[in-house]
Design a binder for this molecule. Structure first.
Ligand code: GDP
Ligand code: IMO
Ligand code: MG
Length: 422
């Protein structure tokens, strides 16, 4: 069984926690897009792990974890993450793999990401990790891949070509002194040496596993509305965060995907700029941000918060082919008098029941809400649907009916145990 797991909103839905739980049942866990713009949290006992590049299944002994070809890798960050695993005595050497085709984030990508933001009037609010410029080089056919680090001559030629062009741009457009060849060349060859034992043809590895009927979990990063095609463009990331990206980013063919699980919060959050129709007004927004501890796992930025938006969630079910839902952070809605679900947008007298592609509509539309009674704070964490307050159950039933997909998991806390499996 090959399962794809995707975020249904603007990222940070709680994918890390769900991946950690589902990892128990599979043999392989694969990241297939994005880079260290992602921050996936897994809580085990009192310890919190935040994974940026390494699949969130790594804590389970014996599971093979791959970084697929669709991911962009900052080797400095990867090395730090691997060292962190070693410090925590998590053995990974024989079960960690990196696709030879994955592209590398170079020092100039990070600078360019930050410099470009300073020039824009409409800032995206990127994570500044060099994600956009790295994917741009991939598409421009001048990117540098993992395999290139294992061949000093190929790497030399590619880096030379890149720096010749980029250093001119840095100087002329941004008044930046540019980058020295030798420093990057030596440093990245060293990374190549350190990673050589993990670099392989992961597509081959995964397809052979499928032949043997072994199970694969494909871990999406970001969320559907940060997808380069289907998101709230241009306020998106630079990769395919929808389920289709799982095939391109891993080399597993579409016919071999069995199921897509969608992860969404019981409300909505977004980090960075861009339209957010159900965003709370600032006072209530701050209250909910503190209640849900909504601060970015990667940049620490405060997350914007709002009511559950069924318009985008329905679009997400359609685009990703979601049949199963994990509803996260239900506990954060405890203690509210009423809760709201957005079922349509209204703009200039027109009712929008479907997601609009017009940035003006998305930015200015007023949400149409269905209001439901809230439920009190729970003294103890519920462990079954029966233990949930009836009003919380009614809220979940409403979501299930609107999204036409089955809720198979409800999360009521960050720990593994705070989970209702249905
Ligand atoms: P991801 O990027 O989708 O993996 O999500 P993040 O890790 O960036 O953000 C989710 C945050 O919510 C993390 O701090 C989790 O520990 C936390 N979390 C996950 N599920 C729950 C839940 O059900 N309740 C609460 N209160 N926190 C949760
Ligand atoms: P996970 O996997 C939330 C957002 C950034 C910015 C936009 C573009 O943890 O859910 P980028 O650096 O990718 O060019 O930034 O995308 N963004 C995320 N927001 N969760 C993420 O990942 C994100 N990765 C990128 O805040 O608005
Ligand atoms: Mg995150």
């Amino acid at each position: 069984m090959n399962i794809v797991l995707v975020g249904m909103q603007w990222g940070d839905e709680g994918k890390g926690k769900v991946i950690d739980i589902l990892s128990q049942k599979v043999d392989y866990i694969v990241r297939y897009q994005g880079g260290n713009n992602a921050g996936h949290t897994v809580v085990v006992g009192r310890k919190e792990y935040i994974f940026h590049l390494i699949p969130s299944g790594i804590l389970h002994p014996g599971k093979i974890c791959c970084i697929g070809n669709g991911v962009v890798i900052d080797p400095e960050v990867l090395l730090e993450e691997l060292n962190n695993l070693s410090r925590n005595e998590i053995d990974f050497v024989k079960r960690f793999k990196i696709s030879s085709l994955a592209h590398l984030i170079m020092p100039y990508h990070k600078n360019l990401d930050q410099l470009r933001e300073t020039k824009r009037k409409n800032k995206i609010g990127t994570t500044g990790r060099g994600i956009g410029p790295c994917y741009a080089d991939k598409i421009n056919r001048c990117g540098i891949r993992m395999i290139d680090l294992l061949n000093p001559e190929v790497f030399r030629a590619k880096l030379n070509d890149n720096l010749k062009e980029k250093n001119e741009i840095f100087k002329k457009v941004y008044g930046h002194p540019g980058f020295s060849f030798l420093k990057i060349y030596r440093q990245y060859l060293e990374y190549g040496n350190l990673f050589a034992r993990y670099i392989c043809n992961t597509a081959l590895l995964l397809n052979q596993a499928t032949e043997r009927k072994e199970d694969i979990l494909l871990e999406g990063a970001q969320g559907t509305f940060l997808d380069i095609d289907f998101g709230t463009y241009p306020f998106v990331t630079s990769s395919s965060a929808t389920s289709g990206g799982a095939c391109i980013g891993s080399g597993i063919a579409p016919v071999k995907i069995d199921r897509v699980v969608g992860v969404c919060k019981a409300y909505t959050t977004r980090v960075g700029e861009g339209p957010f129709p159900t965003e709370f007004a600032s006072g209530f927004g701050k209250f909910m941000r503190d209640k849900g501890n909504e601060f970015g796992a990667t940049t620490g930025r405060p997350r914007r918060c709002g009511w559950f938006d069924a318009v985008i969630a329905q679009e997400s079910v359609m685009l990703n082919g979601i049949s199963q839902l994990a509803i996260m952070k239900m506990d954060v809605l405890d203690g509210l008098k009423t809760v709201k679900i957005c079922t349509a947008y209204k703009y200039k007298g027109k009712l929008f029941k479907e997601f609009s592609h017009d940035l003006e509509v998305l930015s200015k539309a007023l949400p149409v809400y269905k209001e439901l009674p809230g439920w009190p704070n729970q003294d103890e964490k519920p462990h079954s649907l029966k233990e949930l307050h009836p009003n919380a159950r009614a809220y979940l039933n409403q979501l299930q009916a609107l999204l036409k997909a089955k809720i198979t998991m409800v999360s009521v806390g960050s720990a593994r145990a705070d989970t209702i499996m249905i």
